[in-house]
Design a protein around this ligand. Sequence first.
Ligand SMILES: Cc1cc2nc3c(=O)[nH]c(=O)nc-3n(C[C@H](O)[C@H](O)[C@H](O)COP(=O)(O)OP(=O)(O)OC[C@H]3O[C@@H](n4cnc5c(N)ncnc54)[C@H](O)[C@@H]3O)c2cc1C
Length: 415
Amino acid sequence: MTDPMTDADDRPVLIVGASMAGLRTAENLRRAGYAGPITFLGAEPHAPYNRPPLSKELLQTEGQGHEDVAFPIRSALEENVEWVLGRAAASLDTERQVVVDETGAEHPYRALVIATGLRPKPLPIDDHGLTGIHVLRTLDDAVALRQALRPGANVVILGSGFIGCEIAATAAKAGAATVSVVSQSRIPLERAIGPQLGAEVRRRHEAHGVRFFCENGLFGLVGDPSVERVILTSGVMLECDVLVVAIGSDANTEWLEGSGLDASDGVLVNGGLQAVRADGTVLENVYAVGDVARYPNPLFDEVARRVEHWNLPTETGKRAGQVLAAHLRGDDCAPIIEAPFAPLPSFWSDQYDMHLLAFGMTYLADRSEVVAGTLEDECVVEFFRGDELVGVCGIGMRGAVQGYRSRFTPPVAAR
Ligand SMILES: Cc1cc2nc3c(=O)[nH]c(=O)nc-3n(C[C@H](O)[C@H](O)[C@H](O)COP(=O)(O)OP(=O)(O)OC[C@H]3O[C@@H](n4cnc5c(N)ncnc54)[C@H](O)[C@@H]3O)c2cc1C
């Protein structure tokens, strides 16, 4: 008997982006019975690895490298898998079912998984070719930044989100002479965790000598050939040996231009993670997963959003793997797609000895309330949009924060 999962078509499932979300999708495809060929096409030279340590352990531990952060490759992916690494996809033709990479090589596919993640937004002013300017998204970025964060360095971080704050903590611990965080925001992390927790994070950083220049921006850079000083919009001038740009991310979707997909802010997908064209029709053999995917979450509302948290590559990969396996078998995918896709976003952050853990979409809230403990020590903070609980975040108190998971359920109509 022929196996419809392997014999009907010898073109592979092509996964563009060899990182966490692509890997999780491949694992779930195998788990759902697909034994046919899979090809990973990845822009980085490295096999999939875990990014959170890049702003934490790996950034502060000399000698750590890929082996310390690599994801294990499960035995199910040892057979019939091709890895094409160090090559970026350049364009997509959904009619011919072909991805063309930057060398001009064509990669035909039976089904395509878009897992190209994000990249840091660039410096908002002309860098005049100066060296000493860093971003942090990849392992190579982290190794370069670690080398620059020498004791005695003057470090300026543009941006006070999670990555900016984690780098500030690491730089302070590494013995930087000065660590300055420059931010357009009033309060660090305000959008993510509200004004109370944000102010407490600032207080803890200041206790470690970090200085904040809030409601501020970069006006100019001075140096030759490396940056030596930065001038802020407020007129303040800061000594600077290392400038880190951490002002958010953009989706890696340029290669999808002209493909017909709705990739206006990440790739719009339906509840089965199948890509939606700009005209609203769905491509049943094209999927998007992880940070690059944009989808509504019925736990909160019908607005399609990109969510940049570590648990979502796993959740989206699981769903996409199940739907794609059913599609490849020729099964009706509708029952899976119609079941609500309602993953609970979760994120954490480690700065000094402070561990932040959150569930939900705290950034949708219009108010927050400390409901247990104290901000200066350990606490639990609830986040509300009107009367609706949309998130919870704790400093420490992990058990109490974990206990909130069951409080987020989709509305009955969506279940
Ligand atoms: C420094 C750092 C610290 C983080 N810390 C935390 C944390 O503490 N807690 C938390 O919840 N989350 C954290 N995150 C977020 C989490 O790591 C991401 O949500 C997760 O990595 C997303 O996985 P992904 O596979 O979707 O995308 P990515 O991991 O970004 O992978 C996308 C891959 O696609 C490749 N690619 C891009 N364009 C192309 C192309 N055209 N062709 C081929 N390949 C391409 C990229 O090179 C990359 O390898 C952190 C992220 C970073 C960068």
